[in-house]
Design a binder for this molecule. Sequence first.
Ligand SMILES: Cc1cc2nc3c(=O)[nH]c(=O)nc-3n(C[C@H](O)[C@H](O)[C@H](O)COP(=O)(O)OP(=O)(O)OC[C@H]3O[C@@H](n4cnc5c(N)ncnc54)[C@H](O)[C@@H]3O)c2cc1C
Length: 435
Amino acid sequence: MNVSVIGAGLAGSEAAWQLARRGIQVTLYEMKPQKRTPAHVTDDFAELCCSNSLRSDQLENAVGLLKEELRRLGSLIMACADATRVEAGGALAVDRHGFSAMVTEKIKSCPNITVVPGEVTELPEGEVLVASGPLTSDALADRLQALLGRDSALHFYDAAAPLIAADSVDMDFAWMGSRYGKGTADYANCPMTQAEYDDFWQALTTAEEAPVHGFEDQKVFEGCMPVEVMARRGHDTLLYGPLKPRGLDDPRTGRWPYAVVQLRRDNADGSVYNLVGFQTHLKFPEQKRVFSMIPALKNAEFLRYGVMHRNTFLDSPRLLDRYYRMKKEPRISFAGQMTGVEGYVESCASGYLAAVELSRRLRALPPLDFPRQTAIGALGLYISDESVVRFQPMNVNFGIMPPLDRRVKGKRDKNTELSQRSLKIVDKMREEVLR
Ligand SMILES: Cc1cc2nc3c(=O)[nH]c(=O)nc-3n(C[C@H](O)[C@H](O)[C@H](O)COP(=O)(O)OP(=O)(O)OC[C@H]3O[C@@H](n4cnc5c(N)ncnc54)[C@H](O)[C@@H]3O)c2cc1C
């Protein structure tokens, strides 16, 4: 039994390790050191190409839960991160060189893994797991585009509006409805008075933008204009664009408000909302500051901030199943950022699940049911959820997991309880998962 894994990043290294420790022979292709993406600078595997932080390590945070699940299930990336951690308060930050060197050493000395350096430009025969990341080389991206069959199946840029938890919208300042009452009342409409809009517009046009990486050309911004750029065109531009109030009768006044921000459901159960037309390149704290000026969003929980950057990722809800495997061609699985999970830990988690499932299929074991109550399961179910229409990459968050069946006061206590619920399930599954 042999599996070809393409890319020794966070996802590919984890996947190769999990396959190998279950007795599968792995050929791991990595184009470094012959060729590097514009963001990678070392020759080691699992390179952290930006921050050295793997974000929160607290159970009241969904990424803290995801880490703990991975730890309990024998993740290589988490073991190396814990072994090379540096002080960072409640976060897990690592000595980036020590971390990558340790992953590289573990992989290279694993008897079941053969590392083949060089760029992959054609998909190998047999079982393949593609984990070539957000900056997949052009030749492989072309090959994948041909495999996937339509232009919209593979995106090269992310232009995403922020996502917020539906239960954090203050409905005293919003109402459900659609423009001119057409169709069903699917949008949460968040009105603003003229004075509120004036302040918002002032803040939006002067907020600080994120830096543009050298390899990110202007294409990303031409295709899809950031809301702050549109706002700078004039005080009223947004009132004729994403904030137009036409056809939106506020039930409290019976009139169209001065401006309206619309929130659209982002998943089938309506737990996540997308700010319509708010693709943005502002720094994350600036997004929180400025968008929280919208009265209904003053306490909004941002599940994911808006981003505009280079990012090769699949339209996964149409292409992949919950194990990151191609529905049309199950010999091919994907993992990492290119599946639409966002972040170091999320990429590792997708590599973990894809590999465990693949190894089980090859050994004729039944599929594992990682439920939505677990962070690992929720991520796989989110990226393969066909009800998600305009798919954009997603960090792990509690909004994609089912709520508790009883009311718990306080966000911190509620989240900790959600984590404990998940860890109980993971502990029960552990023996079977490690098989
Ligand atoms: C500029 C930038 C900054 C980022 N900053 C952060 C951050 O601060 N925090 C965060 O959580 N996430 C960040 N991300 C997202 C980050 O990319 C992911 O979190 C994580 O690295 C994804 O892991 P991966 O395994 O999917 O891809 P990668 O870690 O990128 O691994 C992919 C591997 O595939 C190799 N490869 C590519 N094409 C081929 C080919 N044709 N043949 C063989 N090998 C190939 C690459 O060399 C690379 O080693 C950033 C992304 C970018 C582009």
